[in-house]
Design a protein around this ligand. Structure first.
Ligand code: MG
Length: 460
């Protein structure tokens, strides 16, 4: 296995490598010659909700939450129905998105604590290369807005991981006190959560306006609909779904503001917007939690309700409108996909779990993803290959019930049975055997990172 470059080495390498190729357009140096370069480097906006379920949007079938702006994005772009996040809870899911690597590799998952807390001493290691760092050598302006949750100590903040600026809360909004940071400075503590979505959106619009003439990457990670729920006065008591609906409808307004800004500045045809969420709905919150639609379970669980998410990709003129795809994709794929579209070098292909899904977005080929691994903490619980998903270990999302080892594994056909109700293991020993080989191959190439989530600040 190749040793991984540290961050500084990578940035030096990527900058020098691209300069020596004389690449100015959008072509991956790894695939030079296979793709037509784009005239101009595209902008990227990743809108990442917190705990929004598969069934929480109008366009994904919710009967009483109104999301006209997100629905319109889907109508003008591509809606995915088999899209997964890297983990079923916040911290590891975000680490996977930001690095293109399963959180087990970066140490951003643990069997001791499931996420980072205000007394955590760990965070995303310096050696990891984030999307922002990978894009930096291509002269991208970068901003992170919203919930970070990859380490709140100064050395772990977005501004130390490739982002030019940051505005948001460093961990979950139920962890007290939730400070509001402007770059690395606390400007409000606790943050006034009733106006967070509004203020995030204003910052996002400001960032796009300021960088309209250069390529930019905006990582916009909303605080909501994570509990406790807050909506501004303009949205409070408006949704038939109650407070949860108010909150999601305000997020939808925010999406509309971003899209309107891109149109107003004539950037729409040069901007890829990706919309999804970090994990499934927090079902134990009952009325304050969302819905995974027909999927089984929710946040915290390796059944699909915990990790299959709404995903919409929008890019007028590049992504064909009105498509619904059943292909498989993951937030792990964001880093290699954006690198490919920006002509940026990949950190180290051999150490990535993400794949370039740009052919599926642009309609030039299928998604390369056929396998997805479902970890809980540092343990592999389930694997999906093609339409089949095998669960080797199951456990309820929260509460006292421990692990149940499944031998033979539970096997579901997610095409026939997306709700994972009918175990067909007995009829398909061949499929189980094939998946077992996939697991063996995966484990052979796996070096777990040092556990970052178990570290605590001394005395706290
Ligand atoms: Mg979450």
């Amino acid at each position: 296995m190749k040793p991984k470059m540290n961050r500084r080495e990578f940035i030096k390498f990527a900058g020098a490598g691209v300069a020596s190729l004389g690449v100015s357009g959008c072509v991956s140096p790894n695939e030079a010659g296979d793709k037509k370069p784009l005239a101009k480097k595209p902008n990227f906006v990743v809108i990442f909700c917190d705990d929004l379920g598969y069934g929480d949007l109008g366009v994904y079938g919710h009967p009483t939450i109104r999301t006209p702006n997100i629905d319109k994005m889907a109508a003008e772009g591509q809606k995915w129905t088999n899209f997964y996040v890297a983990a079923s809870v916040c911290t590891p899911s975000r680490a996977g998105l930001m690095t293109g690597r399963l959180p087990i590799r970066s140490g951003m998952c643990s069997d001791k604590r499931r996420v980072l807390f205000p007394n955590s001493a760990g965070g995303l290691p310096k050696s990891e290369v984030t999307i922002a760092e990978a894009l930096k050598p291509q002269s991208y302006a970068t901003m992170c807005i919203g919930k970070w949750h990859l380490g709140h100590l100064p050395q772990y903040l977005p501004t130390r991981h490739g982002f030019d600026s940051y505005f948001g809360i460093p961990y979950s909004n139920d962890m007290k006190p939730s400070p509001l940071l402007d770059n690395e400075k606390t400007i409000e503590e606790p943050a006034d959560q009733t106006t967070l979505t509004k203020r995030y959106t204003e910052r996002a619009v400001g960032f796009i306006e300021k960088n309209k003439s250069k390529p930019f990457f905006l990582y916009f990670a909303h605080t909501f609909p994570h509990v406790p729920l807050f909506a501004s006065n303009a949205f409070k008591d408006k949704s038939t779904r109650g407070l949860y609906g108010d909150v999601v409808e305000e997020l939808d307004w925010s999406v509309g503001e971003i899209v309107d800004t891109l149109h107003r500045l004539k950037l729409a045809e040069n901007t890829l917007v990706l919309f999804t969420s970090d994990n499934g709905p927090w079902l134990i919150m009952k009325l304050n939690g969302g819905s995974a639609g027909l999927l089984r379970e929710g946040k915290g669980c390796t059944f699909d309700g915990g990790m299959r998410e709404p995903f919409i990709a929008w890019w007028p003129g590049k992504i064909k409108p009105g498509q619904v795809t059943q292909e498989m994709g993951s937030t792990l794929d964001f880093l290699p996909t954006l690198c490919s579209l920006a002509g940026a070098k990949l950190p180290d292909e051999n150490m990535l779990d993400g794949m370039d899904i740009s052919p599926a977005l642009l309609g030039t080929g299928p998604s390369p993803r056929n396998v997805m691994f479902f970890y809980r903490g540092a343990k592999l619980y389930a694997i999906r290959k093609g339409r089949y998903k095998a669960h080797y270990i199951t456990r309820s999302a929260y509460g006292k019930g421990g692990e149940t080892k499944q031998d033979p594994p539970l096997l579901f056909h997610l095409g026939h049975d997306p709700a994972e109700k009918y175990n067909i293991a007995e009829k398909h020993p061949d499929v189980i055997d094939d998946i077992r080989k996939e697991v063996a191959l995966h484990l052979l190439n796996l070096t777990p990172g040092e556990d970052q989530l178990a570290k605590r600040i001394a005395g706290k």
